[in-house]
Ligand binder design. Sequence first.
Ligand SMILES: *[C@@H]1O[C@H](CO)[C@@H](O)[C@H](O)[C@H]1NC(C)=O
Ligand SMILES: *[C@@H]1O[C@H](CO)[C@@H](O)[C@H](O)[C@H]1NC(C)=O
Ligand SMILES: *[C@@H]1O[C@H](CO)[C@@H](O)[C@H](O)[C@H]1NC(C)=O
Ligand SMILES: *[C@@H]1O[C@H](CO)[C@@H](O)[C@H](O)[C@H]1NC(C)=O
Ligand SMILES: *[C@@H]1O[C@H](CO)[C@@H](O)[C@H](O)[C@H]1NC(C)=O
Ligand SMILES: *[C@@H]1O[C@H](CO)[C@@H](O)[C@H](O)[C@H]1NC(C)=O
Ligand SMILES: *[C@@H]1O[C@H](CO)[C@@H](O)[C@H](O)[C@H]1NC(C)=O
Length: 538
Amino acid sequence: MSRMWQLIIILALLICYHVNAEDPYRFFTWNITYADIYPLGVRQQGILINGQFPGPDIYAVTNDNIIVNVYNNLPEPFLLSWNGVQQRKNSFEDGVYGTTCPIPPGKNFTYVMQMKDQIGSFYYFPSLAFHKAAGGFGGIRILSRPRIPVPFPEPHGDFTLLIGDWYKTNHNVLKSILDQGKMLAFPDGILINGRGNNSAWFTVEPGKTYRLRISNVGLRDSLNFRIQGHEMKLVEVEGTHTVQTTVSSLDVHVGQSCSVLVTADQPAQDYYIAVSTRFTDQVLTTTAVLHYSNSRKPVSGPPPPGPTTDIQWSLNQARSIRTNLTASGPRPNPQGSYHYGQINVSRTIRLANLPGIVNGKQRYAVNGVSFVHADTPLKLADYYNISGVFRVGSISDYPPRGRGIRLDTSVMGADYRAFVEIVFENRENITQSWHLDGYSFFVVGMDGGSWTPSSRKQYNLVDAISRSTTQVYPKSWTAIYVALDNVGMWNLRSEYWARQYLGQQFYLRVYTPVRSFRDEYAIPQNALLCGRADGKRS
Ligand SMILES: *[C@@H]1O[C@H](CO)[C@@H](O)[C@H](O)[C@H]1NC(C)=O
Ligand SMILES: *[C@@H]1O[C@H](CO)[C@@H](O)[C@H](O)[C@H]1NC(C)=O
Ligand SMILES: *[C@@H]1O[C@H](CO)[C@@H](O)[C@H](O)[C@H]1NC(C)=O
Ligand SMILES: *[C@@H]1O[C@H](CO)[C@@H](O)[C@H](O)[C@H]1NC(C)=O
Ligand SMILES: *[C@@H]1O[C@H](CO)[C@@H](O)[C@H](O)[C@H]1NC(C)=O
Ligand SMILES: *[C@@H]1O[C@H](CO)[C@@H](O)[C@H](O)[C@H]1NC(C)=O
Ligand SMILES: *[C@@H]1O[C@H](CO)[C@@H](O)[C@H](O)[C@H]1NC(C)=O
């Protein structure tokens, strides 16, 4: 009996420990500065974090509290946003202008974020102006808690690969081109971890397996990723463990992240890692080097070829990516059912992107509205009941008939706990990439042509991937399901950066009339106040 009591007491202690133990805190102090960088061989003004370009990686474990004190030493306002980090109940920390006041030059702001119920690979980036074209981005990895099994053996090493298209032109010049209502030219190259051709190296030991976390942090282009002589096993997409499939190359659309496993099982030499643009007339390719520690031969031959303009190949690959339903770890649990396919959709929203000219300038719109910023972050206006900043319903659930577009601070209202179907309709001839802050959504279907209600017959209602960024192919549609279980003001945007800058975005206000800390946290004590919220602190 004493033995059993001992066990019971230990168990009880363990349970109390879990209830009471505070999740760990990890502190970062980041100094944001301008400095010269030469990623494509010419001098450019880069945005550095603690002297680094790209910025440092954030390592976290599920539920960790991440405290990042950001000192803005640029001569202009600055904000970081956290692509894919859900900021549960806490859109104040999202770091886009609709939720968070810019950090004034010479000032600091401390982000207080919890990686609540999340695992996976994500990245952060500067959200204001056209800063993203100057750097300031870096990887975020959230590991599973120690006792939660991961559906593959612990890799020998874990690399972050930030890939993206790049301009030699200064980010302020790019911004002023857009401000004048003109479009940007084709990018000048592709960077891998901030480096140009053949200059990023990844050293591996023979026979070992590595995890590569790939994020497309670029400004517009879909990219294809591959490694000479090696297969890759896709294991994770934006926080979801996938059914592990072996691929020889992988499309990563702008704003997306994923993980692959690669085993150094080839003869001891160096191999090309190749990244090239997709769906472009001119194909840009940049290589990095997979270096075997016992290598006897440098890289040789042409870099491995990849798909270039073929859309069907990409669509087929995207459809083949599914969730491993038996893998453990935090999984989306909409309405407590784990079976998203059995929940009744309470609302269908159809979103069409279109370009247009307003006052002689190039703009981009969603459902006929091209987003313009208000003078006050929308979340703060909402919190302090400041009227006249935005109007809920300033964008409709359906595309208008005509092609005309207007400027507005578009905010769509939605009910907390609604289960919503969103159809992205791309009537243009370029690939789109859409991201929703605060959420992970199920990508239930995508196909060419126009979406109709009968398109629902082909939805994957069983094991669709859950992620926060999805592509929409030219003249095609993509449908997602999202359980609106995170109260707040959330940015829904094009990841094609010039398009989001010129209005292809809006905010989804997920609202409950009940004001309770159970549903949404209070404004952070250190929140910066600006615009019409200036001086509002009570
Ligand atoms: C940030 O870096 C700048 C330039 O190196 C330096 O002058 C400043 O003191 C640094 N600030 C902090 C808080 O480290
Ligand atoms: C700026 O940094 C100081 C020192 O760490 C900190 O106490 C303060 O809260 C930070 N300011 C903001 C707005 O977060
Ligand atoms: C799915 O996850 C399970 C549980 O971790 C794992 O054993 C299995 O290999 C995975 N299957 C595939 C196809 O990825
Ligand atoms: C990069 O290097 C590869 C291999 O040497 C070469 O084929 C390719 O043309 C180079 N690309 C650029 C943009 O210089
Ligand atoms: C969904 O709707 C159908 C038809 O209206 C109804 O029979 C069913 O009970 C609903 N399911 C749930 C889970 O609410
Ligand atoms: C805003 O209005 C709501 C509802 O009238 C009220 O509960 C809340 O306290 C107000 N907030 C502030 C900061 O005044
Ligand atoms: C898309 O259409 C525009 C306008 O009709 C045209 O200028 C452009 O070349 C087309 N792009 C592609 C990739 O087909």
